[in-house]
Write a protein that binds this ligand. Structure first.
Ligand code: 13P
Ligand code: SF4
Length: 348
Protein backbone atom coordinates (compact mmCIF):
# COMPACT_ATOMS: atom_id res chain seq x y z
CA UNK A 1 0.00 0.00 0.00
CA UNK A 2 1.29 3.48 -0.81
CA UNK A 3 1.40 5.39 2.49
CA UNK A 4 2.90 8.59 1.09
CA UNK A 5 0.56 11.53 1.72
CA UNK A 6 -0.68 13.19 -1.49
CA UNK A 7 0.98 16.55 -2.16
CA UNK A 8 -0.34 19.65 -3.91
CA UNK A 9 0.78 23.20 -4.63
CA UNK A 10 -2.70 24.56 -4.00
CA UNK A 11 -2.67 26.01 -0.44
CA UNK A 12 -6.38 25.39 0.09
CA UNK A 13 -6.09 21.78 -1.06
CA UNK A 14 -2.99 21.30 1.12
CA UNK A 15 -4.87 22.70 4.13
CA UNK A 16 -7.90 20.49 3.38
CA UNK A 17 -5.59 17.45 3.32
CA UNK A 18 -3.92 18.49 6.60
CA UNK A 19 -7.35 18.84 8.23
CA UNK A 20 -8.60 15.56 6.77
CA UNK A 21 -5.67 13.58 8.19
CA UNK A 22 -6.75 14.71 11.68
CA UNK A 23 -10.52 15.04 11.44
CA UNK A 24 -11.16 11.79 9.57
CA UNK A 25 -11.21 10.08 12.99
CA UNK A 26 -14.12 12.13 14.36
CA UNK A 27 -17.63 13.41 13.70
CA UNK A 28 -18.85 16.98 14.23
CA UNK A 29 -21.13 17.35 17.27
CA UNK A 30 -23.90 17.95 14.68
CA UNK A 31 -23.26 14.43 13.33
CA UNK A 32 -21.67 15.71 10.10
CA UNK A 33 -18.79 13.54 8.89
CA UNK A 34 -15.41 14.95 7.97
CA UNK A 35 -14.35 14.03 4.46
CA UNK A 36 -12.32 15.81 1.79
CA UNK A 37 -15.33 17.91 0.68
CA UNK A 38 -16.21 19.16 4.18
CA UNK A 39 -12.51 19.80 4.90
CA UNK A 40 -12.27 21.82 1.66
CA UNK A 41 -15.23 23.90 2.90
CA UNK A 42 -13.44 24.98 6.08
CA UNK A 43 -9.87 25.16 4.72
CA UNK A 44 -10.13 28.82 3.52
CA UNK A 45 -11.35 29.80 6.98
CA UNK A 46 -8.60 28.00 8.93
CA UNK A 47 -6.02 29.52 6.55
CA UNK A 48 -7.50 32.99 7.06
CA UNK A 49 -7.53 32.60 10.85
CA UNK A 50 -3.95 31.30 10.93
CA UNK A 51 -2.87 34.28 8.80
CA UNK A 52 -4.78 36.75 11.01
CA UNK A 53 -3.00 35.33 14.06
CA UNK A 54 0.37 36.28 12.55
CA UNK A 55 -0.79 39.76 11.51
CA UNK A 56 -2.29 40.54 14.92
CA UNK A 57 0.29 38.78 17.11
CA UNK A 58 -2.51 36.61 18.48
CA UNK A 59 -2.68 33.19 20.08
CA UNK A 60 -5.69 30.90 20.28
CA UNK A 61 -6.13 28.90 23.47
CA UNK A 62 -8.49 25.94 23.07
CA UNK A 63 -10.05 23.85 25.79
CA UNK A 64 -10.26 20.12 24.99
CA UNK A 65 -14.08 20.25 24.96
CA UNK A 66 -14.37 22.56 21.93
CA UNK A 67 -14.91 21.20 18.42
CA UNK A 68 -11.88 19.38 16.95
CA UNK A 69 -11.80 21.59 13.84
CA UNK A 70 -11.14 24.52 16.19
CA UNK A 71 -8.54 22.72 18.32
CA UNK A 72 -6.61 21.14 15.45
CA UNK A 73 -7.45 23.69 12.75
CA UNK A 74 -6.42 26.92 14.48
CA UNK A 75 -5.52 26.28 18.14
CA UNK A 76 -2.03 27.13 19.41
CA UNK A 77 -2.46 25.55 22.83
CA UNK A 78 -4.90 22.82 23.84
CA UNK A 79 -5.55 21.37 27.25
CA UNK A 80 -7.23 21.67 30.64
CA UNK A 81 -8.04 24.79 32.65
CA UNK A 82 -4.76 24.77 34.56
CA UNK A 83 -2.57 24.40 31.46
CA UNK A 84 -4.48 27.08 29.56
CA UNK A 85 -4.33 29.53 32.49
CA UNK A 86 -0.58 28.92 32.63
CA UNK A 87 -0.28 29.55 28.88
CA UNK A 88 -2.29 32.78 29.24
CA UNK A 89 0.07 33.86 32.01
CA UNK A 90 3.11 33.27 29.81
CA UNK A 91 1.57 34.49 26.54
CA UNK A 92 3.64 37.12 24.87
CA UNK A 93 0.78 38.05 22.55
CA UNK A 94 -1.16 41.22 21.88
CA UNK A 95 -4.38 39.26 21.38
CA UNK A 96 -5.61 36.11 23.15
CA UNK A 97 -8.62 34.35 21.67
CA UNK A 98 -10.04 31.98 24.25
CA UNK A 99 -12.00 29.15 22.66
CA UNK A 100 -13.49 27.71 25.82
CA UNK A 101 -15.96 29.41 28.15
CA UNK A 102 -16.15 32.95 29.53
CA UNK A 103 -14.72 32.25 33.00
CA UNK A 104 -11.58 30.85 31.32
CA UNK A 105 -11.21 34.00 29.22
CA UNK A 106 -11.68 36.16 32.32
CA UNK A 107 -8.90 34.20 34.01
CA UNK A 108 -6.68 34.83 30.96
CA UNK A 109 -7.44 38.58 31.16
CA UNK A 110 -6.57 38.62 34.87
CA UNK A 111 -3.26 36.90 34.12
CA UNK A 112 -2.45 38.91 30.97
CA UNK A 113 -4.10 42.29 31.62
CA UNK A 114 -2.30 44.10 28.81
CA UNK A 115 -3.51 41.69 26.12
CA UNK A 116 -6.78 42.10 24.27
CA UNK A 117 -8.66 38.97 25.37
CA UNK A 118 -11.64 37.97 23.24
CA UNK A 119 -14.22 35.19 23.30
CA UNK A 120 -15.90 33.84 20.18
CA UNK A 121 -19.32 33.81 21.90
CA UNK A 122 -20.22 35.87 24.98
CA UNK A 123 -23.00 33.42 25.85
CA UNK A 124 -20.52 30.59 26.40
CA UNK A 125 -21.14 30.51 30.14
CA UNK A 126 -20.88 27.59 32.55
CA UNK A 127 -23.54 26.31 34.95
CA UNK A 128 -20.98 26.30 37.77
CA UNK A 129 -19.70 29.83 37.15
CA UNK A 130 -23.26 31.12 36.73
CA UNK A 131 -24.39 29.62 40.06
CA UNK A 132 -22.71 32.11 42.39
CA UNK A 133 -21.87 35.85 42.57
CA UNK A 134 -19.24 37.76 44.53
CA UNK A 135 -22.06 39.05 46.75
CA UNK A 136 -23.09 35.43 47.55
CA UNK A 137 -19.50 34.68 48.61
CA UNK A 138 -19.39 37.77 50.85
CA UNK A 139 -22.55 36.53 52.62
CA UNK A 140 -21.02 33.04 53.08
CA UNK A 141 -17.80 34.58 54.40
CA UNK A 142 -19.80 36.48 57.02
CA UNK A 143 -21.29 33.15 58.18
CA UNK A 144 -17.90 31.36 58.26
CA UNK A 145 -15.32 34.04 59.09
CA UNK A 146 -12.59 31.54 60.01
CA UNK A 147 -12.84 29.49 56.81
CA UNK A 148 -10.27 29.59 54.03
CA UNK A 149 -12.15 30.48 50.85
CA UNK A 150 -11.21 28.12 48.04
CA UNK A 151 -12.72 28.73 44.62
CA UNK A 152 -12.79 26.17 41.85
CA UNK A 153 -11.54 27.98 38.74
CA UNK A 154 -15.01 27.52 37.17
CA UNK A 155 -16.26 30.77 38.73
CA UNK A 156 -16.54 34.45 37.80
CA UNK A 157 -13.81 37.04 38.38
CA UNK A 158 -15.81 38.60 41.23
CA UNK A 159 -15.96 35.25 43.04
CA UNK A 160 -12.19 34.89 42.55
CA UNK A 161 -11.74 38.41 43.97
CA UNK A 162 -13.37 37.19 47.22
CA UNK A 163 -11.29 34.00 47.47
CA UNK A 164 -8.02 33.08 49.19
CA UNK A 165 -6.92 30.46 46.72
CA UNK A 166 -8.11 29.14 43.38
CA UNK A 167 -7.90 25.44 42.37
CA UNK A 168 -8.48 23.40 39.24
CA UNK A 169 -9.45 19.76 38.87
CA UNK A 170 -5.76 18.88 38.48
CA UNK A 171 -4.63 20.27 41.85
CA UNK A 172 -7.75 20.59 44.04
CA UNK A 173 -7.02 17.69 46.41
CA UNK A 174 -3.38 18.54 47.10
CA UNK A 175 -4.04 22.25 47.57
CA UNK A 176 -7.02 21.79 49.92
CA UNK A 177 -5.18 19.05 51.87
CA UNK A 178 -2.18 21.35 52.40
CA UNK A 179 -4.06 24.44 53.65
CA UNK A 180 -3.48 25.26 57.33
CA UNK A 181 -7.16 26.15 57.97
CA UNK A 182 -9.43 23.39 59.26
CA UNK A 183 -12.59 24.95 57.89
CA UNK A 184 -12.78 25.38 54.11
CA UNK A 185 -15.46 27.27 52.22
CA UNK A 186 -15.31 25.63 48.80
CA UNK A 187 -17.27 27.28 45.94
CA UNK A 188 -19.12 26.81 43.63
CA UNK A 189 -19.17 23.02 42.97
CA UNK A 190 -21.20 21.01 45.48
CA UNK A 191 -20.33 17.65 43.88
CA UNK A 192 -16.61 18.37 43.78
CA UNK A 193 -16.89 19.37 47.45
CA UNK A 194 -18.29 15.86 48.17
CA UNK A 195 -15.32 14.36 46.32
CA UNK A 196 -12.89 16.50 48.33
CA UNK A 197 -14.47 15.32 51.62
CA UNK A 198 -14.05 11.71 50.52
CA UNK A 199 -10.44 12.22 49.41
CA UNK A 200 -9.55 13.92 52.70
CA UNK A 201 -11.01 10.97 54.62
CA UNK A 202 -8.86 8.62 52.48
CA UNK A 203 -5.82 10.74 53.33
CA UNK A 204 -6.84 10.81 57.04
CA UNK A 205 -6.93 14.62 57.03
CA UNK A 206 -9.45 16.26 59.31
CA UNK A 207 -11.16 19.26 57.67
CA UNK A 208 -14.67 20.66 57.44
CA UNK A 209 -15.71 21.44 53.86
CA UNK A 210 -18.62 23.85 53.44
CA UNK A 211 -19.87 24.36 49.90
CA UNK A 212 -22.33 26.34 47.83
CA UNK A 213 -24.86 24.67 45.57
CA UNK A 214 -23.48 24.73 42.00
CA UNK A 215 -23.23 21.71 39.72
CA UNK A 216 -21.97 21.05 36.21
CA UNK A 217 -24.91 20.32 33.89
CA UNK A 218 -22.79 17.81 31.99
CA UNK A 219 -21.12 15.83 34.76
CA UNK A 220 -24.02 15.71 37.26
CA UNK A 221 -25.95 13.53 34.79
CA UNK A 222 -23.71 10.43 34.87
CA UNK A 223 -25.01 7.58 37.02
CA UNK A 224 -23.84 4.41 38.73
CA UNK A 225 -26.53 2.46 36.82
CA UNK A 226 -24.90 3.58 33.56
CA UNK A 227 -21.55 2.32 34.86
CA UNK A 228 -22.94 -1.05 35.99
CA UNK A 229 -24.73 -1.60 32.68
CA UNK A 230 -21.59 -0.73 30.69
CA UNK A 231 -19.38 -3.06 32.76
CA UNK A 232 -21.83 -5.95 32.16
CA UNK A 233 -21.86 -5.36 28.40
CA UNK A 234 -18.15 -4.67 27.87
CA UNK A 235 -15.89 -6.94 29.96
CA UNK A 236 -12.47 -5.38 30.60
CA UNK A 237 -13.92 -1.89 30.13
CA UNK A 238 -12.02 0.96 31.84
CA UNK A 239 -14.06 3.95 32.96
CA UNK A 240 -12.76 7.45 33.59
CA UNK A 241 -14.59 10.45 35.03
CA UNK A 242 -14.11 14.06 36.06
CA UNK A 243 -14.27 15.16 39.73
CA UNK A 244 -17.35 17.26 38.85
CA UNK A 245 -19.29 13.93 38.86
CA UNK A 246 -21.18 12.69 41.93
CA UNK A 247 -19.24 10.87 44.65
CA UNK A 248 -21.13 7.65 43.82
CA UNK A 249 -19.89 7.83 40.22
CA UNK A 250 -16.40 8.85 41.39
CA UNK A 251 -16.25 5.75 43.62
CA UNK A 252 -17.35 3.40 40.82
CA UNK A 253 -14.88 4.41 38.09
CA UNK A 254 -11.31 3.25 37.40
CA UNK A 255 -9.80 6.72 37.19
CA UNK A 256 -10.85 10.22 38.27
CA UNK A 257 -8.98 13.28 37.03
CA UNK A 258 -8.86 16.54 35.11
CA UNK A 259 -9.45 16.48 31.35
CA UNK A 260 -5.70 16.30 30.66
CA UNK A 261 -5.18 13.63 33.32
CA UNK A 262 -8.00 11.53 31.85
CA UNK A 263 -6.40 11.77 28.41
CA UNK A 264 -3.06 10.69 29.81
CA UNK A 265 -4.65 7.76 31.63
CA UNK A 266 -6.35 6.47 28.47
CA UNK A 267 -3.20 6.92 26.36
CA UNK A 268 -1.12 4.94 28.85
CA UNK A 269 -3.63 2.20 29.70
CA UNK A 270 -4.27 -1.02 27.77
CA UNK A 271 -7.95 -1.99 27.72
CA UNK A 272 -10.36 -3.32 25.08
CA UNK A 273 -12.80 -0.43 25.63
CA UNK A 274 -13.02 2.88 27.44
CA UNK A 275 -16.03 4.81 28.73
CA UNK A 276 -15.41 8.54 29.23
CA UNK A 277 -17.84 10.06 31.75
CA UNK A 278 -17.14 13.58 30.62
CA UNK A 279 -17.72 15.95 27.71
CA UNK A 280 -17.55 14.31 24.26
CA UNK A 281 -14.79 16.65 23.06
CA UNK A 282 -12.32 14.61 25.06
CA UNK A 283 -13.32 11.42 23.23
CA UNK A 284 -12.75 13.27 19.93
CA UNK A 285 -9.29 14.41 21.01
CA UNK A 286 -8.36 10.84 21.93
CA UNK A 287 -9.84 9.44 18.71
CA UNK A 288 -7.49 11.79 16.82
CA UNK A 289 -4.39 11.36 18.98
CA UNK A 290 -4.75 7.66 19.84
CA UNK A 291 -6.94 6.14 17.09
CA UNK A 292 -6.28 2.53 18.18
CA UNK A 293 -8.35 2.97 21.35
CA UNK A 294 -12.05 1.97 21.38
CA UNK A 295 -14.65 4.11 23.09
CA UNK A 296 -18.20 3.13 23.91
CA UNK A 297 -20.81 5.92 23.91
CA UNK A 298 -21.96 7.69 27.02
CA UNK A 299 -20.18 11.04 26.93
CA UNK A 300 -22.27 14.24 26.93
CA UNK A 301 -22.07 17.60 25.14
CA UNK A 302 -21.46 20.89 26.96
CA UNK A 303 -23.76 23.40 25.24
CA UNK A 304 -21.47 26.28 26.21
CA UNK A 305 -18.22 24.84 24.89
CA UNK A 306 -19.97 23.96 21.64
CA UNK A 307 -20.81 27.66 21.01
CA UNK A 308 -17.26 28.19 19.76
CA UNK A 309 -16.93 28.04 15.97
CA UNK A 310 -14.34 28.90 13.33
CA UNK A 311 -16.54 31.68 11.95
CA UNK A 312 -16.96 33.34 15.35
CA UNK A 313 -13.21 33.03 15.97
CA UNK A 314 -12.45 34.68 12.63
CA UNK A 315 -14.82 37.56 13.43
CA UNK A 316 -13.41 37.99 16.95
CA UNK A 317 -9.91 38.26 15.47
CA UNK A 318 -10.80 40.47 12.54
CA UNK A 319 -12.92 43.03 14.35
CA UNK A 320 -14.22 41.97 17.75
CA UNK A 321 -17.69 43.13 18.75
CA UNK A 322 -17.80 44.90 22.15
CA UNK A 323 -19.45 41.86 23.74
CA UNK A 324 -16.60 39.61 22.55
CA UNK A 325 -14.00 41.67 24.44
CA UNK A 326 -13.29 40.74 28.07
CA UNK A 327 -13.16 43.89 30.21
CA UNK A 328 -12.57 43.77 33.96
CA UNK A 329 -12.29 46.57 36.51
CA UNK A 330 -8.64 47.03 37.48
CA UNK A 331 -9.25 46.71 41.20
CA UNK A 332 -11.36 43.57 40.83
CA UNK A 333 -8.81 42.06 38.48
CA UNK A 334 -5.95 42.69 40.94
CA UNK A 335 -7.89 41.12 43.81
CA UNK A 336 -8.79 38.09 41.67
CA UNK A 337 -5.14 37.71 40.61
CA UNK A 338 -4.12 37.06 44.23
CA UNK A 339 -5.97 33.74 44.50
CA UNK A 340 -4.79 32.54 41.07
CA UNK A 341 -1.17 33.38 41.86
CA UNK A 342 -1.49 31.48 45.11
CA UNK A 343 -2.72 28.47 43.14
CA UNK A 344 0.37 28.57 40.89
CA UNK A 345 2.59 28.87 43.97
CA UNK A 346 0.94 25.92 45.76
CA UNK A 347 0.60 23.76 42.65
CA UNK A 348 4.34 23.99 42.07
P1 13P B 1 -10.54 20.77 33.37
O1 13P B 1 -9.80 21.81 34.12
O2 13P B 1 -10.32 19.40 33.92
O3 13P B 1 -10.22 20.86 31.91
O4 13P B 1 -12.11 21.01 33.56
C1 13P B 1 -12.77 22.09 33.02
C2 13P B 1 -14.20 21.89 32.93
O5 13P B 1 -14.96 22.79 32.67
C3 13P B 1 -14.72 20.55 33.18
O6 13P B 1 -16.08 20.52 32.99
FE1 SF4 C 1 -19.06 24.31 32.87
FE2 SF4 C 1 -19.73 21.74 32.92
FE3 SF4 C 1 -19.43 22.98 30.59
FE4 SF4 C 1 -17.28 22.44 32.12
S1 SF4 C 1 -18.64 20.99 31.13
S2 SF4 C 1 -17.75 24.36 31.09
S3 SF4 C 1 -18.16 22.73 34.17
S4 SF4 C 1 -21.00 23.43 32.16
Amino acid sequence: MNTTAPTTNDPIEAEALRLLRLLIHVECSTGRKWNIETCREIAPLTLEINQLKKEKNAVILTHSYVEPEVIYGVGDFKGDSYYLADQARQANAEVIVFAGVVFMAETAKILSPDALVVVPDRDSGCSLADSLSGEDVRKLKALYPKAAVVCYINCTADVKAESDVCVTSSNVYDIVAGLPEKQILFVPDRLMADNIRKELINREIDKEIISSDGTCVVHEEFTVEQIEEARKTFPGLKIVAHPECTQEVAAAVDYLGSTSEMMKYVKTTEAPYFLMLTECGLVSRLAIEDPEKNFIGGCRLCPYMKMNSLLKIRDALLEPKPEQIIMLEEDLSKRALGCIERMFELAN
